[in-house]
Design a binder for this molecule. Structure first.
Ligand SMILES: Cc1cc2nc3c(=O)[nH]c(=O)nc-3n(C[C@H](O)[C@H](O)[C@H](O)COP(=O)(O)OP(=O)(O)OC[C@H]3O[C@@H](n4cnc5c(N)ncnc54)[C@H](O)[C@@H]3O)c2cc1C
Length: 480
């Protein structure tokens, strides 16, 4: 019997995605519940999500290393203040081995639909092997959706003329490792987190002429950035330490500002008019180029095949406002249809949705911060989710579902708070359609988020299944 099945041959939980979130959920199932009857379905050929896809020079965490590890598996030996992509990927691969997650992991497997069966109280999950295109069907009582929010490179429609360019052009999240930028003229489009990390690295070669095209200014935070001396690593290993600022995510300066003084690096705010076969026409002039690196954003367009060219003109409606998967709940509607009814994405504490029993999201709506560790947020969410998984796998209940009333009250409360935040004055992807309600951000501190997530308010949930738990839950569940 495969390790991903229980004694009666069932898979109890399906986790979608093997990035940081999906892997952490798998670890929690094993560590906290001793559960092995689960599968992790990942569309890519390897684990790591963000940290598998992003391999550009200088790619590293934005926040301090020691904030960006799993609390159960702290690593005192991190080499530097901002952990590099290869180190991060290796960390997660080692954790996957340590917790034998490869027993549950299915790579090259894209989940295409998830449908709740009210009668059987389980989800039917359809997936496709990305190589053979073979279709697979799974069933599980619980689905944990860890598909991330930003994984498809997005090139805005106004840059579509990039198709004409005959040199090398690629998105930073799909770095072309075969390219040699020595003696080349390179345009870097964008000045956000990824551009800030890679520009100083590629500009180190004085023969590489870099033009950095910028549209909007950012706030840059100076940061202590460098290798940890052995003595500091010793302290992390042996001395227990308590690990105790915008419209957009702050950009941590990894050497970008000082690199701007170099003679081979120019900043350009002229605006890109169009790309040509051999270069670029800005709104004030033109220039020849050998390569273009698009440090534009990444999005999670709905049911979009990441293998497709990113150069299709996308509308704002294609972006992260859409739910990336076809998930149908107990009332026959999909998550996307639910979002449409609500005027944009929303969920209860970023994790559960009314009408979708036993469907748990990691990094769902309004649970991001823009300044703290996603790993912290995701761990807090996973610990919350485990409290539902436990009674289900123990057959004390067959399903839990957030009530419409609790969800609506929660969302009107957070939207009221968010309406007073800086984000409500900005045009950004934090908002529905870039100008509507704020759909990504949590309005409070991380401590407040953790506090709210310590234990579920069970009266906010409907429980189905075992009589005892039904009686217990009805006693606590509001009547409307
Ligand atoms: C350069 C860079 C630096 C960053 N630095 C920080 C930082 O310092 N601090 C911080 O908190 N965050 C940082 N982030 C954000 C980072 O993305 C998150 O911290 C975290 O890695 C997100 O993990 P995730 O598992 O939620 O999502 P992802 O990493 O996006 O993983 C989602 C996984 O789900 C898979 N998937 C999606 N759809 C399907 C499907 N239908 N079927 C099967 N599989 C599917 C994807 O292939 C992917 O592997 C950074 C991001 C980048 C790009």
């Amino acid at each position: 019997m495969p390790p991903s099945q229980s004694k009666n041959g069932n898979t109890q939980v399906v986790i979608i995605g093997a990035g940081v979130g999906g892997l952490s959920a798998g670890i929690a199932l094993k560590r906290q519940l001793g559960l092995h009857a689960f599968k992790i379905l990942e569309q890519a050929e390897d684990i790591g999500g963000t940290w598998h896809d992003n391999t550009y020079p200088g790619c590293a965490s934005d926040i301090d290393t020691h904030w960006y590890s799993l609390s159960t598996d702290l690593n005192p030996h991190w080499a530097s203040t901002h952990v590099s992509q290869p180190e991060l990927k290796e960390y997660w691969k080692q954790l996957a081995s340590k917790y034998s997650l490869y027993d549950q992991l299915v790579l090259n497997r894209q989940v295409t639909s998830v449908d709740w069966d009210n009668q059987q109280q389980l989800y039917k999950i359809t997936s496709q092997d990305s190589k053979s295109k073979k279709i697979f069907n799974d069933a599980a009582q619980i689905v944990i959706c860890a598909t991330g929010i930003l994984y498809v490179p997005f090139v805005p429609p106004e840059l579509e003329s990039i198709k004409k360019f005959r040199g090398s052009a690629f998105h930073s999240a799909r770095w072309d490792n075969t390219i040699d930028l020595h003696n080349k003229r390179v345009a870097v489009v964008g000045n956000g987190c990824s551009a800030t990390q890679l520009v100083p690295i590629i500009a180190k070669d004085p023969t590489t002429q870099v033009v950095n095209f910028c549209r909007t200014p950012h706030w840059y935070l100076r940061s202590r950035w460098g290798a940890f001396p052995e003595s500091v690593k010793w302290v992390f290993a042996h001395v227990p330490l308590a690990m105790p600022f915008g419209c957009r995510r702050f950009v941590i300066d990894s050497g970008y500002l000082s690199a701007l003084h170099q003679s081979n690096l120019d900043l350009n705010y002229d605006g890109i008019a169009e790309f040509t076969e051999g270069g670029i026409i800005s709104k004030k002039g033109k220039g020849e180029l050998n390569a273009v690196v698009e440090c534009t954003e990444c999005v999670a367009p709905q049911a979009r095949n990441p293998a497709l060219s990113p150069y299709r003109p996308l509308t704002l409606a294609d972006t992260q406002d859409k739910f990336p998967l076809k998930v149908r709940g107990s009332e026959g509607i999909t998550v996307q249809e639910y979002y449409d009814r609500k005027g944009g994405p929303e969920a209860y504490l970023g994790v559960t949705l009314p009408g979708f029993p036993n469907f748990f999201m990691i990094a769902g709506p309004n649970s991001a911060t823009g300044h703290a560790s996603v790993i912290f947020t995701e761990e807090v969410q996973i610990n919350y989710i485990m409290q539902f998984v436990k009674p289900i796998v123990k057959q004390l209940a067959s399903s839990f579902e957030i009530t419409t009333r609790a969800n609506d009250e929660f969302n009107s409360a957070i939207q009221k708070k968010l309406s007073k935040s800086i984000w409500s004055n900005c045009l950004s992807w934090y908002r529905f359609g870039h100008t509507g309600k704020i759909i990504t951000q949590w309005p409070g501190t991380m401590t407040e988020y953790w506090w709210n997530m310590r234990t579920p308010i069970w009266s906010h949930y409907k429980a189905f299944g075992h009589d005892e738990i039904r009686m217990w839950s009805q006693a606590f569940t509001p009547t409307s």
